[in-house]
Design a protein around this ligand. Structure first.
Ligand SMILES: [Zn+2]
Length: 189
């Protein structure tokens, strides 16, 4: 899929909204991304997984891992396209861990995935977790990179789509200055 096709699919699924939004951080933005809304359609999720997998077809990946919850479905569809295991990590008492009886063997080649990279924090936690295993990290994939380059990882990073989502303080918000009504994504819109 091309970047435009991915963007169109996100918009069509309601995963990418354009308007005037109050984010949970309190900042205002003109775009809002919620990848669960595209991943709820298995056929669309599968297409995204196949697109991501295409970047890593010859990388000898043995398993894909994503942080829960955002990375779970994308890990699964990407792993399915690569024909390898799909794992997820989760935080327990604030610390990213491998649970559920998942095992990673020394020497494996791991692809780390996330739905949306915002600051890169969750991906970094997974990379840190993987330091406990003697594995090669092949690289990182994401459906959307909205970090504006902040997701600066020491491994190849191939997001499917790079998006600018400028979040601003309410007093600096151009849409507020125009008197445009604001909505809180996730509530109803
Ligand atoms: Zn505003």
């Amino acid at each position: 899929m091309t970047e435009q096709e991915i963007k169109d699919m996100l918009i069509d699924s309601g995963a990418l909204l354009e308007g005037h939004f109050r984010l949970t951080s309190g900042l205002h933005a003109d775009r809002y991304i919620q990848c669960a809304r595209v991943l709820q359609y298995p056929a669309r999720a599968e297409r995204l997984g196949r697109t991501a997998a295409a970047d890593w077809q010859n990388s000898d990946i043995t398993a894909v891992i994503g942080p829960a919850l955002g990375g779970v479905v994308f890990s699964y569809v990407t792993a399915a396209a690569l024909g390898v295991r799909s794992l997820f990590s989760e935080r327990k008492q604030g610390k990213m861990q491998l649970r559920r009886g998942f095992v990673i063997q020394p020497g494996e080649r791991i692809l780390v995935v996330e739905d949306v990279v915002t600051t890169g924090g969750s991906v970094q936690e997974v990379l840190d977790l993987l330091q406990n295993y003697e594995v090669d990290i092949a690289g990182i994939s994401a459906i959307v990179d909205r970090s504006g380059g902040e997701g600066d990882f020491p491994f190849p990073f191939h997001p499917l789509l790079e998006l600018e989502i400028g979040a601003v303080e309410p007093e600096d918000c151009p849409q507020c200055h125009q008197g445009l009504e604001i909505s809180r994504p996730g509530s109803k819109n």
